[in-house]
Design a protein around this ligand. Structure first.
Ligand code: DC
Length: 225
């Protein structure tokens, strides 16, 4: 529990794809001693399961069945956070370009958002938490004590994503990657339910010309103040 109030500490980090939210959030959560929740991973896992079970994204009965049976669990494995979907470790499987290309379509389904938001709020009710995503400051944790909106230029975000993919041995076509990220941002920003949007009370941080350590330090100092 946080020292300042008797309520659990809530920190929201939102922003477009590839702005560095998850890497920053992981380190920051460790330094602050709170739980880190990667909400994008949850939407990716729903997408993975729908593709595995061959449920079409417009098959609402099929999607509802999926949501009724899906069990998502974050577990620590050798100091790394892994995500299990119905008992299967999907940590790597949810990072493929195929999942990235389909996740916006799944995350615009209102029933999917409702189910994920409920799970996220339940976790935040009992523990100090730092969540990253698209709608944390606006919808999931509207009363979060700290809200940040991390962004960076499209080219810089694509460059960072390319590095991540290359480190995993996934071949990258830079032009295609830029187009894919731009399209995902557009879909995430234009959807009807809980679109990607900066909360009015969120601090905007453009990370284009900042190093990773500078971003972590920036957020850490604002929280400690
Ligand atoms: O953070 P990420 O790139 O892993 O997120 C994958 C997708 O999940 C993103 O394109 C939109 C969706 N998402 C969402 O709609 N709401 C969130 N809170 C987090 C992610």
């Amino acid at each position: 529990m946080s020292y300042a109030e008797n309520k659990p500490l809530q920190i929201a980090i939102d922003g477009p794809a590839g702005a560095g939210k998850s890497s920053v959030a992981k380190v920051l959560a460790r330094r602050l001693g709170c739980i880190y929740l990667d909400t994008g991973a949850m939407y990716r896992a729903v997408t993975w399961l729908a593709l595995q079970k061959q449920v079409a994204f417009d098959d609402m009965d099929g999607i509802k069945d999926l949501l009724q049976t899906i069990e998502l669990e974050f577990k620590d494995v050798d100091g790394m956070q892994h995500l299990y979907c119905n008992g299967t470790d999907v940590t790597e499987a949810i990072r493929t370009p195929e999942i990235s290309a389909n996740v916006s379509a799944v995350s615009m389904i209102p029933q999917v958002r409702e189910a994920m938001t409920a799970q996220q709020q339940k976790i935040a009710a009992g523990s100090d938490v730092l969540m990253d995503g698209r709608d944390i400051g606006t919808t999931v944790l509207p009363n979060a004590r700290y809200k940040f909106f991390l962004t960076a230029s499209l080219e810089e975000r694509a460059r960072r994503r390319a590095l991540e993919l290359e480190q995993k041995g996934i071949a990258v076509d830079m032009e295609q990657l830029i187009a894919d990220i731009a399209l995902r941002d557009k879909k995430d920003s234009e959807r009807e339910v809980s679109p990607l949007k900066q909360a009015e009370d969120a601090v905007l941080i453009d990370t284009s010309s900042l190093t990773f350590d500078e971003v972590v330090e920036n957020l850490f100092m604002r929280i400690k103040k």
